[in-house]
Design a protein around this ligand. Structure first.
Ligand SMILES: Cc1ncc(COP(=O)(O)O)c(C=O)c1O
Length: 424
C-alpha cells in the first residue's frame, strides 16, 4: 500500500488496458496520479523542481493541440500553435542573459537535454574538427549528445573536476596544451547535478587564449542555475562574454507542469539556418519537428505572472531556505556543504532509513547526497527533515555506543562474531 491508499495490485488492475473500452475508470486513475504526486511532493527534496507557482490558469491549454512546428520566427499555418508566445519567451531569455538585439537566436525545447543537443549541434557544424571538452561533473546528456552527433570518442575529452564539482582548471589547461592545434568546443556547467557547482567561463577563456585556441565555441549547460544566475547578472552573453550558447531548463527553477527548456545563442555562430519546409510553411531549424506549444505558453505565463523582479525574489527566498538548511543540518554535527548562492545542500549520505521509514526522497551518489531548496521548499520542511535526520543519526550513535558498553548495562554488546541484533 502506498501513500495514496492504493495497493500496487489494485493500481495494476486499475490501469490494465486489455479489457473492454469504457470499463476502466479514467477519472479515478488521473486523480490518483495527481494525488500521489501531490502527497509525495513535500518530502521529494532531492530533485530540482520548484513547486511554488500556481499553474491553474494554464490548465485550459491542455484541452487542445498546440504544435509549434519549425523555427519560432516562421509561424506555421493555422492557429493551433503558440509561436507568438514562443518568440516573446525567447526574447525575454535573450534579454535576461544579455544577448545583443541584433545577434540572438533560440527556441523553446523539450528540456535541458534538447537545449544541449541544439547548442552542440550548432557548435559541431561550426567546428566539425573540434575537440569537445566536458568534465566528469557534466550532465550525462553531454556525453549522449557527443555520441548522437557522431563525434569520435577520441575527440571527446573529459576534464577532471574538483571534489566540489567545479572544473579542475589545471587539468583543463594540460588538455588544451595537448590539443592546441585543434578547435575547441568547451562545455561548462552552471549548476552541476550533485554540487550545483558553476564552472568559471572567464578562466576557461584565459586558458584558451593562452594557447591561441581562437576557433572555439563555449557552451554553458545552465539547466538548473541559468535563470537565477542570469537575473543576478553573474551569467550572461553580453559584451565581452566568452559564452556562445546557453541551455536552460524550464521545469527546474520555474517548475513548469511539463518538462521544457530554452536554448539561446549568438545568431552569428550558426552555420546553417535550416531548410524551408513548404508543406509546414516553416523553417526546420530545431532538433525536433513538432514541438509542444503548451511549453512556450506556460513559460510565457511564468514570465508574465512574476517578471524579472518576481523571479529574482523567488531565487532569493529559496537561497535563504538553503542557507537555513545548512545551519540546521550543521548544528546536528552532520557534515554539510553549500556553494554560495546555491539551492543545493550537499550532505554526507544519511542512513537509508531516512528514505525507507520517513519517506524523504533524496538524490544519492555514494557517500554524498543532496537536498535542493528550490522555491516551494519551506523552513518548516527543512525543520521536519532535520528532525528526522537527527532521529536516524541518534540511533546510529546509540549503536556505536552500544559496541563498547559493558554487558551489565542492560544492552548486549554488538561486535565481530557476536549477535548483531540490538536487544535490551
Ligand atoms: C546540468 C544539467 N544539464 C542537463 C539536464 C537535463 O535536463 P532535462 O532532464 O530537462 O533534459 C539536467 C537535468 O537534471 C541538468 O541538471
Amino acid at each position: 500500500m502506498d501513500a495514496s491508499g492504493i495497493s500496487p495490485e489494485d493500481w495494476a488492475e486499475a490501469i490494465r488496458l486489455d479489457r473492454a473500452p469504457g470499463l476502466t475508470d479514467v477519472d479515478a486513475v488521473m486523480s490518483t496520479l495527481v494525488s500521489r504526486a501531490a502527497r509525495a511532493q513535500r518530502r521529494t527534496i532531492g530533485f530540482p523542481a520548484a513547486t511554488d507557482i500556481d499553474w491553474s490558469r494554464t490548465q485550459r491549454l491542455f484541452t487542445r493541440l498546440f504544435n509549434n512546428v519549425g523555427d519560432p520566427s516562421t509561424a506555421p499555418s493555422g492557429e493551433a500553435h503558440t509561436n507568438s508566445l514562443e518568440v516573446e519567451v525567447v526574447r525575454w531569455f535573450a534579454d535576461v542573459v544579455g544577448l545583443p538585439q541584433n545577434d540572438r537566436w533560440g527556441y523553446v525545447t523539450s528540456g535541458g537535454t534538447e537545449s544541449n543537443i541544439a547548442a552542440l549541434r550548432v557548435a559541431r557544424d561550426r567546428y566539425p574538427d573540434a575537440v569537445l571538452y566536458l568534465t566528469h561533473a557534466s550532465h550525462y546528456s553531454i556525453r549522449k549528445t557527443a555520441n548522437l552527433l557522431g563525434l569520435h570518442p577520441k575527440d571527446v575529452v573529459v576534464v577532471r573536476d574538483s571534489w566540489y564539482g567545479e572544473m579542475d582548471y589545471g587539468h583543463f589547461e594540460k588538455l588544451v596544451a595537448r590539443y592546441k592545434g585543434r578547435p575547441a568546443i568547451v562545455v561548462a556547467t552552471a549548476g552541476t547535478t550533485l554540487w550545483e557547482a558553476v564552472d568559471q567561463t572567464d578562466r576557461i577563456e584565459t586558458i584558451l587564449d593562452a594557447y591561441g585556441v581562437m576557433r572555439r565555441h563555449v557552451h554553458v549547460d545552465a539547466a538548473l542555475s541559468g535563470i537565477p544566475l542570469a537575473l543576478d547578472g553573474t551569467l550572461g552573453l553580453g559584451a565581452g562574454s566568452p559564452i556562445d550558447s546557453i541551455a536552460i531548463s524550464g521545469h527546474k527553477f520555474l517548475g513548469t507542469p511539463i518538462p521544457c527548456g530554452v536554448v539561446v545563442m549568438r545568431d552569428s555562430v550558426r552555420v546553417s539556418r535550416g531548410e524551408h519546409i513548404t508543406y509546414t510553411a516553416t523553417v526546420d531549424s530545431t532538433v525536433l519537428g513538432s514541438r509542444c506549444g503548451q511549453a512556450a505558453a506556460v513559460l510565457w505565463a511564468a514570465i508574465a505572472m512574476y517578471g524579472r523582479n518576481g523571479h529574482q525574489a523567488r531565487a532569493l527566498r529559496a537561497r535563504r531556505v538553503a542557507a537555513y538548511a545548512v545551519e540546521r543540518i550543521g548544528s546536528t554535527g552532520w557534515p554539510v556543504f553549500r556553494h554560495p548562492d546555491a539551492f543545493t545542500v550537499v550532505l554526507q549520505t544519511p542512513p537509508l532509513s531516512l528514505a525507507a521509514e520517513f519517506g524523504w526522497v533524496l538524490s544519492v551518489d555514494g557517500d554524498y547526497c543532496h537536498i535542493i531548496c528550490m522555491p516551494g521548499v519551506s523552513h518548516e520542511v527543512v525543520d521536519e527533515f532535520v528532525a528526522d535526520l537527527s532521529r536516524v543519526v541518534a540511533r546510529w550513535a546509540v549503536m556505536a555506543e552500544c559496541r563498547t558498553r559493558p554487558q551489565n548495562s542492560g544492552w548486549r554488546a554488538v561486535g565481530a562474531g557476536e549477535d548483531r541484533v540490538l536487544s535490551g
